[in-house]
Design a protein around this ligand. Sequence first.
Ligand SMILES: [Zn+2]
Length: 321
Amino acid sequence: MLYILLKNFISERIYSMIENILGIDLGGTNIKAAVVTLEGRLVTDRTVETPPSREASDVVGAITALGRELLAEYPGIERAGIGIPGLVDLDRRLIRYAPNFPNWHDVHFKDMLMKELGIDVRLENDVNCFALAEHRWGAGRDTRFMIGLAVGTGVGGAIIADGELYRGRSGAAGEIGHMSVDMWGPRCNCGNLGCIERYVGEQWFTMAAREELDDPSIDEPARVSALAETGDERALRFIESRGEILGVVCASLIHIFDPEVIVIGGGISKAGEPFFRGIRKAVQERAMPLMAAEVKILPAELGTIAGAMGAAALTLAGDHA
Ligand SMILES: [Zn+2]
């Protein structure tokens, strides 16, 4: 009896240790880590500052320290995923280009981290990681066709087609933020005119709100949301109209990808109901009714830890290098 109890106890311990996976989300300001069970339960999360030098060796050092700390606490972890704010090559070994880390060109991130951490490491673009987490464990669970949009400083996009991440020819697919909604609109950093990012990216959202509401005190999107929450009609109308612009893009996405769900996260999505009302209104007015009728447009569910959780989810994907 004692033997059986002891055996069960030991196997349970081993089972729970083996089940955990590690995800790390590298950002320009912070590095977030999440230890997750295979079922998507967040066991623990940590955040450290991104080394201000932003040099690859310093960043690898910071990720290694954070990873080793968690590996010591959760010894059953054998695989980790890392979300990168930039372009990862098709073999997912190199970071080809990351705008927040301007000195990085073809950095051998995977090999460096595998050597330091002594476990299998997988790399992926951070918005793809966000979408993987929402698809597996968040607002997009139980679907096979999902579009993920992360509306923050910029507008990131990711496409899940038939249950798999769609990466395109070079791994760069999903740049939905640079879909133009006005061929003569304002010029975007990417060179195109009228990109959706230029209307709902945080900086541009704030600037437009300041102008349209004629309120110089508006310095961030949360200010507009706060005004809207007090019942300010103009603020409400502004948020809804920005939602409508994103809705124009969503209508096109529905026509191109025929998704089951569009999941929208990131800072601006916190503008909440008026923003989503605007999106749904434009979709209803513009998308082909038969295609749009069944599509859900939902706020993301996992919050700011989604990127790290999705990086952990990478280790579960069978197709990955
Ligand atoms: Zn652009």
